[in-house]
Every structure is written in C-alpha cells, then in structure tokens.
Design a protein around this ligand. Structure first.
Ligand code: CA
Ligand code: CA
Length: 309
C-alpha cells in the first residue's frame, strides 16, 4: 500500500501541481487527511477570526497515476475511511445558508466513539448531549484541472463536491486533464447532511484508503459516483438551477444511450426514474446530482454516453 502523509497537501486543483507520490493502476493508496481547517480549530473557546482561512479545505497529494493521460478517466474505489476521535462543527456569521441570522460565532467539538458522533452543549444552563449517526464521507476528491482554479472549489475535475455518497463501498470516476491525473483527497466528515446548510459537516482529520484504476479512451463529462444500487452524475455550477439543468441533460442523454431511445422518450423516462438531489448549497459553486437506478443503465453505458472524446 502507498501511504501519502497529510503534510503533503494542496489548496487548489490548478494545472501546475507537482506529484508527491506515484501509483500504478490497481494500487491501493492511503491518504492521510487534514480536516477542512487544516487542524487549526481544536477548542470551543478559540476565535475563528484568528485562524488562517486561506488554509481551508486542503487535499492530500497529489498522486501521479501511471498510464493516466488527458482524455482518460480515473476510477477511484473508496475502500475505507477512518477518522479522528473528535470533529469540529462551526457556525459563523455570514457563513452558510443562514449566516445572516447568526449573532455569534460558535465552535462545537464533537466526540466520535462507539459508532456515533456526540454533539455536546456544556456551556448552557441546560447541557445536552445529542447522539448522531456516524457516516464518514469524503468532501474533497479531485484531479488537476487544465485551467487555474481558485481553491479546491468543485467542478468537472471533482474537488470540494461535499457529496455524502462518497463513502466506503462506492467508486468515483473523474476525467483526467493532466498527465498522471494527479489525484488528491481531503476534507473528511464524520457525518454531513445533503446541502451542508451550516457550511461545515462534522469536520475530521482521517485516513482514506482507495484503489485506483485507469479507464483508457473515455473522458467523462462530469464526475460520476457508482453506488450499490444506482449511479450518480455530479454537477457543480454557479447556481442550483444551472447545476440541475446540466445534471438533467446528462442523465437524459445517458438513458437515451443505455435504452436506445430518442432524446424525447429518454427525457420522459428520466422524469419518472431520475432523482435530482442536492449535495451542497454553501460553496461558491453549488453541487447537485442526478440518480439513475442501475436497472436502467450500467456504469459502462453511462461512461460511454458521457464520453467527451
Ligand atoms: Ca467541504
Ligand atoms: Ca468540510
């Protein structure tokens, strides 16, 4: 197994990345990851104003995958996610969907134990401890893009997609833009809901174990997630409306291709079976997904339908 330590990280998926490790198709890689604040928040009495937010959302890597060339697709199977014993959740005025309603900033350090996440309020007249499900997921997974990108914002190259389905047992497909792909992973959450409305999940450091493979001669138009029962097309755009438009278009085309239907019929079928879902609504760019049940399209058919080459 190839181990990439968290001191090797990036803050942007631009075209000038330099690899910190090398892997071959079929190799297993363990990415040790920092949390989204690069470990700067460790106590509830810290001030968020005092941390360096230019160090937000680091991704460990990048790893050069041998044989991956522009026009190919990387397949990344998530084999395991391990997280730290505590995670951090933040409310910050101006931050998240309801940032205008907040009077104060607040930090909660959650304990993660026995398969649960504990959200604890001690500094109140009525202390409470709320048990939440532990559902670890990867917020940032991406490859070097052909153009300059600010930070790890999401796009066709992956990035900060904050999609809770990127978890153990699923596979992520990303188009390759630069030689070697240059894969980086970070921003693990112990639990996060669709939308991520407060702008953080339960932010943790951790380890993400993946197996990488290269699909030659196929360049997917958008990131794709393959889960047990369905395939998801992940689209990030400036507005939710634009994102849903692109996701719908891609899903209808995929169905047209897999069921050999004209676009009009595929569109109608899509209206009956494709669920449009929100991944995150709080980054500069919003992320949505179209869910296609596997009984209507296989991963091979979807890769073929969305092949940009
Ligand atoms: Ca994130
Ligand atoms: Ca995060």
């Amino acid at each position: 197994m190839i181990f990439v330590s968290s001191d090797k990280h990036i803050f942007s998926f631009g075209p000038d990345l330099e690899p910190v490790a090398y892997a071959k198709p079929g190799d297993i890689i363990c990415f040790e990851t920092l949390d989204c604040f690069a470990g700067q928040l460790t106590s509830e009495i810290q001030s968020i104003a005092n941390i360096d937010l230019t160090r937000a959302n680091p991704a460990t890597g990048p790893v050069f995958i041998e044989g991956a060339e522009p026009g190919d697709t990387l397949k990344i199977e998530i084999l395991d996610i391990r997280v730290s014993k505590t995670g951090v959740v933040v409310a910050l005025p101006g931050f998240g969907l309801l940032g205008d309603k907040l009077r104060d900033e607040r930090i909660r350090i959650c304990r993660i134990e026995d398969g649960f996440v504990y959200f604890t309020v001690k500094d109140s007249s009525r202390p409470v401890k709320i048990r939440l499900p532990y559902k670890p997921m990867v917020g940032v997974i991406g490859v070097a893009y052909s153009k300059k990108v600010p930070s790890t914002i999401p796009g066709v190259h992956g990035g900060n997609m904050d999609t809770k389905l990127i978890t153990r047992g699923t596979a992520v497909y990303l188009p390759v833009f630069k030689e070697g792909g240059l894969l980086a992973v970070g921003d693990v959450h112990a639990v996060m809901a669709d939308g991520e409305m407060c702008a953080t999940g339960c932010e943790v450091s951790g380890e993400v174990v993946v197996r990488v493979d290269v699909i030659k001669g196929c360049s997917v138009q958008w990131p794709i997630i393959e889960a047990e029962d369905a395939i998801y097309i992940i689209v990030s755009k400036e507005s939710l409306e634009e994102a849903f438009y692109e996701a719908s278009n891609a899903a209808a085309r995929a169905i047209s291709c897999s069921l050999s239907l004209e676009f009009e019929d595929a569109y109608m079928i899509a209206g009956l079976i494709v669920d449009l879902q929100v991944s995150q609504v709080v980054n500069v760019v919003k992320t949505v997904r179209a869910r296609i049940p596997k009984e209507f399209a296989s991963i091979t058919q979807i890769l073929e339908a969305l092949n940009n080459r």
